[in-house]
Design a protein around this ligand. Structure first.
Ligand SMILES: Nc1ncnc2c1ncn2[C@@H]1O[C@H](COP(=O)(O)OP(=O)(O)O)[C@@H](O)[C@H]1O
Ligand SMILES: [Mg+2]
Length: 248
């Protein structure tokens, strides 16, 4: 691959939660970035701040302290300086989220679970206008995941691996540039998890997608182009034992 600048970069990221009067510092000056098309894994023990980091990168939460408005850049643009509308668009169109526990809507069918992401993007009226196109794209994504025969099923009728594939299709419905995956195989057995990672690898190539995936599992992290270890709220120095002994 030719050398390109980062699509997303975070510099000196701080985040502290307040629990009553107690402050819990989670990120303490963390810097990470991913180049276009790169698959980066962030490896850290449970409670090390992996989900917190993804929420910040995805614009779901804001960093605190220091240069918080310019701590995160997407394609060179600081998230903290985006208007509310721009940030909404960023979350809806540039970023896709995948979670450990799928977060599918149990009462919706598989196809609808995927298209609902497009409804968020277009608004209801816009969605109805684009429905035919959106349904076709959702069907294509689900087909690519081998779920073409499951469109009318409900999540409760699917295996864990199938549910996660539906969740990935939902994350991709708006053709995001960046996929943020939070322990995407954490709830699956090794073999099913491997198959999900194979799917991610293939998609990434096909869609030129940048993937930032967090995990506590060294084997999962090893599938990425690059592994960043998170310890004590910062990137652990090379060669220092990090999270390989982490428990889930
Ligand atoms: N909303 C919150 N309020 C208070 N503490 C939180 C909140 N979210 C996370 N934490 C705490 O921050 C730390 C990091 O959490 P998290 O980012 O979820 O870690 P990980 O995803 O690596 O397991 C944990 O100690 C967790 O209890
Ligand atoms: Mg987490």
């Amino acid at each position: 691959m030719t050398e390109t600048g980062p699509i997303i970069s975070a510099t000196n990221l701080h985040k502290t939660y307040k629990m009553g009067r107690v402050k819990v510092p989670v990120l303490r000056g963390l810097s990470v970035s991913a180049r276009k098309g790169e698959w980066v894994a962030i490896l850290g023990a449970s409670g090390s701040g992996k989900s917190t980091l993804l929420h910040l990168l995805g614009g779901l939460d804001r960093p605190d302290r220091g240069h918080k408005d310019t701590a995160i850049h997407f394609e060179g643009k600081p998230l903290g300086k985006m208007s509310r509308h721009e940030l909404d668009r960023y979350r809806a169109t540039q970023v896709g989220f995948v979670f450990q526990f799928y977060h599918l809507l149990p009462e919706l069918r598989v196809l609808e679970n995927v298209t609902v992401g497009a409804m968020v993007r277009h608004g209801l009226t816009g969605f109805l206008g684009a429905k035919h196109k959106v349904n076709r794209r959702a069907t294509e994504l689900l087909d690519a995941f081998g779920l073409g025969h499951r469109l009318r099923h409900r999540p409760g009728e699917l295996s864990g691996g199938e549910r996660q594939r539906v969740a990935i299709a939902r994350a991709l419905i708006n053709q995001p540039r960046l996929l943020l995956a939070d322990e995407p195989t954490g709830n699956l057995d090794r073999k099913t998890g491997e198959a999900i990672l194979d799917s991610l690898a293939a998609l990434r190539e096909k869609l030129a997608l940048t993937v930032v995936m967090v995990t506590h599992d060294q084997h999962v992290a090893d599938r990425a182009d690059r592994v960043i270890r998170l310890a004590d709220g910062v990137v652990a120095p090379e060669g220092v034992p990090g999270a390989e002994n982490a428990s889930p």
